[in-house]
Every structure is written in structure tokens, then in C-alpha cells.
Design a protein around this ligand. Sequence first.
Ligand SMILES: Cc1cc2nc3c(=O)[nH]c(=O)nc-3n(C[C@H](O)[C@H](O)[C@H](O)COP(=O)(O)O)c2cc1C
Length: 178
Amino acid sequence: MSTSIREVIKQRRTIRNFNNEVISLDTIVDILRDATWAPNHKLREPWRFVLFHGDGKEKLRDILLKSSDNIPSKKIEKFTQAQANIVVIMPENTDPLKQEEDLSAVSALIQNFLLLAWENQIGVLWKTGKLIHSSSFQQSVGIEENEKIVGILMVGKFDNVPEAQPREDIVEKLTIID
Ligand SMILES: Cc1cc2nc3c(=O)[nH]c(=O)nc-3n(C[C@H](O)[C@H](O)[C@H](O)COP(=O)(O)O)c2cc1C
């Protein structure tokens, strides 16, 4: 039986602990391809990705070990525990409006990715933190002068679903003009 979009949206949780179950590269790329059906203004498709998977995770470990950010080895282990790490990259736009539009579009794509993954019993952690601003990391991943990292998606299978953190009722934040 298929799950409704409503159910997927409400049941999805951020996953922070992954198990070792393998996810094929094809599965992840297929989800990413579907996620690109996100709305994006003028069809700029303002995104690109660097995807670490399989042996590529050794490369990622190496990048993190050699980065000038002194990342503790425990953090590196945790970070590379997922089946894949996807660095989400967007262009830096000199026009502030375009920049806002593009960041919104990339965020819509990421949410699509999270929901599509969840539908396939795959968990994701959308990570930001200091690393995305680290010039050492950016350089190692091949970020260009006119680009920025929006986030890093840790992708993997999981054993436990964390409890939902309730949201405030929308009426608290809703101005109705009827
Ligand atoms: C832009 C953005 C950045 C985030 N960065 C992190 C992060 O660096 N580390 C983390 O543990 N969670 C991060 N999260 C996940 C949120 O903490 C999570 O969505 C929130 O706790 C609600 O939990 P839920 O996704 O399970 O509903 C981020 C979420 C967003 C939208």
C-alpha cells in the first residue's frame, strides 16, 4: 500500500544514527534525480553535488583528517558512518534576490530528497555546522570561488526512528484575513 505525501511529511525524522546496511549508488542517484523536480525560479537549477559513497568514503575520511579544522577522530567516524555523504553546492549570486531564490530552490530540493529517501526507508541528516564554511574543506571538495555549500546530507539505513519533536500549532503563527 502506498504512503500518502502527508504521512511521509509527518513521519519523516532526522536520522543521526545509521546502521551498516548497504544502499546502492544507483538508489541514491535515482532519489537525487527525482528530487530535482523541485520548483526553481527561471529554471536556473542552482545546484550541484559531490557524492561520497563506497570507497569514496575513504577519500572523505582523508579530507577530514587532513583538513586544517582539527576535527576530532570520533566526529570523523560519526560523519562517515552513513552510506553516503552528499555535499550540496549552489552558485553565489551577486544579485541578492536571485541568491534568495536560489537558496529557496535548493532547500526545496533538499526537502524533496529527505521525503523521497524516507519513502524508501532511507534516513537523512541535513547537516550544516562549521564544516560547510571551512575553506580547507571547500577546497578539498572542489568548491569554486563563486559557489557555496548549502549543507551535507548524510544518507543511510537506520534501526530506530527518533521521537518526533512536536511543532507549535500553526494558529499561533497565522494571521488570517478572511
Ligand atoms: C538548514 C538545516 C540545517 C541543519 N543542520 C543540522 C546539523 O548541523 N546537525 C543536526 O544534527 N541537525 C541539523 N538539522 C536537522 C534539524 O535539527 C532537524 O530537522 C530538527 O531537529 C527537527 O527534527 P526532524 O527533522 O526529525 O523533524 C538541520 C536542519 C536544517 C533545515
